[in-house]
Design a protein around this ligand. Sequence first.
Ligand code: C2E
Ligand code: MG
Ligand code: MG
Length: 444
Amino acid sequence: MNLKEANAALLLSAHYDELTGLPNRTLLSDRMQQAMIKCQRNKQSMAVAFIDLDGFKWINDSYGHSVGDQFLRLITQKLKQSLREGDTLARIGGDEFVAVIDELGLPEDAHKVLWRLLEAAANELNINGNRLKTTASIGVTFYPENNCSPDQLLRSADQAMYKAKQLGKDCWHIFDIQEDVAVKSKIEEIERIRLALYNEEFVLFYQPKIDLRSKQLIGMEALIRWNHPEQGILPPVAFLPIIEHDLLSIELGEWVIHTALEQLECWRSSSLEVPISVNISPMQLQSSDFVSRLEHMLNKFPSRNLNNLEFEILESSALEDIDLATEVINLCKKLGVKFSIDDFGTGYSSLAYLRRLPINLLKIDREFVFDMLSRTQDSIIINSTIALAHNLRLQVVAEGVEDKATLRRLRKMGCDYAQGYTICKPKTWPEIETWLEESPEFFT
Ligand code: C2E
Ligand code: MG
Ligand code: MG
């Protein structure tokens, strides 16, 4: 081989796949770039189809690599035949191929070719007397509809191919740009919240709860706020739903418990003994190491101020796995932590679970409290809930009490405790201190 021939061979091996003679990843990238320029010039579209053979690994493992190689060579021919002159077919991995289908007037014009590719991949092939067959899962993305680099186009098509596999294989699936944008922006939002936790941008507000008979303060609910550097104080609805299904919600929940414990410690040193109730998210309650992590946190506080820590859980999170919830509540109770069911009445309110769960308290949802004076239905529901709770030896808190008349009515109904704007809005600790000093008159 002379130098010229050797150079040509080298060039060939740098751009072509040895087994099938198809362009490799490097040449594919080149071809895609050219096709993209052509698309822009002619105002046309092109499709990038990521083809993965279903079940090829089984052929390779069962019949050996030599049969596998022959299979790939033959299937390459079939795939090529289903493409048009000028389209590119490349091999970029073991059983992974990419077809670039350009000069499309409309993206839909590629559908015929995609069906043909599926058919081609599903051909039964005879190799050394063995009748072998695979199918293909194809992921597709279109340029310039998906306006990005060749590399990113391949990644999008690859992602769509995985979706095709999930959808049962032997099919093609088109990459969903909108869904991808939504997923990416959600990831960014979650990361921003993680950063906020790291930067200590979260704060706890406290809202007092009072005893309707003695008018004494009986506890505070810790309510999280995001002190956003640009947007100011944000309520939980602005960020908790975003991380609801992410592990970050557990981390943030632990921060809330930890901060509440610090606050209790601080109150203790100024001889204020008020329980704090903390809202626990469903994911946190159901996390496998909830109790052991709680114990670990408690051990950092020498006084183990446990009798003053309470948890509020939602009906729905208790009901999702009632056995687990019962176990967790029992373990926490042993540590001294009390439980209440929050937003009671908005879930299933099944009596069977109420009887089983070892809770101490029910919080009647504010939905029923707002208009109880004008809506008989709501007042009936509240009356029945109080009776039911007391029969089950549970105490009742009414939340969202916005006026004195409602407060008086609740007391007459026998409701034990109340919480709401008419008593005190959720405030920062220094503001609550002022509120305590002013010792407000609740009933006039
Ligand atoms: P929730 O536990 O039912 O808390 C009561 C909500 O009612 C609070 O809203 C409180 O500010 C509001 N509220 C209290 N009194 C009144 C009133 O008289 N009128 C009206 N209209 N509203 C009143 P917030 O602070 O926006 O919290 C909303 C929800 O976010 C909470 O509902 C709770 O489920 C959740 N949340 C708050 N902090 C945390 C937390 O640290 N962890 C978890 N997992 N969830 C939290
Ligand atoms: Mg609550
Ligand atoms: Mg509530």
